[in-house]
Ligand binder design. Structure first.
Ligand code: APR
Length: 228
C-alpha cells in the first residue's frame, strides 16, 4: 500500500454495517421494510412531508446511536498520514467525518444537513427528532439527501471526477454497485489507469472490472491492508 500516493476510498452502506447500520438492499435492507417510493423521493415528500420526515427522524435517531467502526477509523488514519487520500462516499450517515476524515465527498448528500424546499439554503442540523420541519409559511426543510429521481450535485460530481483522474489506487468498499451514476466511478478510475480493488463479502455486478476482489468485511480487509 505504501507504493500508492493517491488513494481513493469509494464507500457504500456495507462500510457502516459493522457500526450497526443496515444496508439498503439484501436481507434486512432498509428498502425491504420501506418502499422508497413512499419515503425517499421528491413526489413522496411533496404529497406527505410528515410521513417522509417520520422515516428520516427514525433514521437520524438510529444513526446517532451508532459509532464509527474500525473501517472508518482506518480510512481516516490513512488520510491523516497522506492528505492526498480522497474519500468518496454514497453514505449519508456522516460516520467517515465522525471517525476524523476530512473533505469527504458525499455523493448522495447527508442526513445531517437540511435544505429549504424553496430557497435551496442548506444548514447543518443534528437535532433528533427535528423540532421545526417548516422553514417558512409554505416551505419545508427536507433532508439534503439525493433521493431516488434526484440529480447529483454537479460540483460534487466534479470533485469526485478530479480525484478519480489522479488516483493510483481505487478501493471500492461495501457497495452493491447498482445505483448510477455512482456505480460508474470504478470504471472511470480504471480508464485513468488506477489499480482497483473491491472489498465486499459478496460478488457485485461490477466485480469482474477489478484487479482484485477481497471477499471479507470492510474492517478485516482494511486492517490487513493497512496494519498499524
Ligand atoms: N463489509 C463490506 N461490505 C459489506 C459488509 C461489510 N461488513 N456487509 C455488507 N456489505 C455489502 C453488501 O454485500 C452489499 O453489496 O455492502 C453492500 C451494500 O449494498 P447496498 O445496500 O445496495 O448499499 P449501497 O451500494 O451503498 O447503495 C447505494 O442506494 O438506496 C440508495 O442512496 C442509497 O447510497 C445508497 C445507494
Amino acid at each position: 500500500m505504501k507504493e500508492f500516493q493517491n488513494i481513493v476510498f469509494f464507500t457504500g452502506a456495507g462500510l457502516s454495517v459493522e457500526s450497526g447500520i443496515p444496508t439498503y438492499r439484501g436481507q434486512g435492507g432498509i428498502w425491504e421494510d420501506y418502499n422508497y417510493q413512499e419515503y425517499a423521493c421528491q413526489e413522496a415528500f411533496a404529497s406527505d412531508p410528515e410521513k417522509v420526515w417520520d422515516f428520516h427522524d427514525k433514521r437520524r435517531a438510529m444513526i446517532k446511536s451508532c459509532d464509527p467502526n474500525p473501517a472508518h477509523r482506518i480510512i481516516a488514519e490513512v488520510q491523516r498520514r497522506n492528505p492526498q487520500t480522497t474519500i468518496i462516499t454514497q453514505n449519508i450517515d456522516g460516520l467517515h467525518q465522525r471517525a476524523g476524515a476530512r473533505n469527504v465527498i458525499e455523493l448522495h448528500g447527508s442526513i445531517w444537513r437540511l435544505r429549504c424546499s424553496e430557497s435551496g439554503v442548506v444548514e447543518e442540523n443534528f437535532e433528533v427528532p427535528l423540532a421545526q420541519k417548516r422553514c417558512g409559511q409554505s416551505s419545508w426543510w427536507r433532508p439534503d439527501i439525493v433521493w431516488f429521481g434526484d440529480s447529483l450535485r454537479e460540483d460534487t460530481i466534479n470533485l469526485a471526477l478530479k480525484a478519480l483522474q489522479r488516483c493510483d489506487l481505487f478501493l471500492c468498499i461495501g457497495t452493491s454497485a447498482v445505483v448510477y451514476p455512482a456505480a460508474r466511478m470504478p470504471q472511470i478510475a480504471i480508464d485513468n489507469g488506477a489499480e482497483t480493488i473491491e472489498i465486499n463479502p459478496e460478488e457485485t455486478p461490477i466485480s469482474a472490472l477489478f484487479n482484485r476482489c477481497i471477499r471479507s468485511s470492510a474492517s478485516l480487509a482494511l486492517a490487513e491492508m493497512f496494519p498499524g
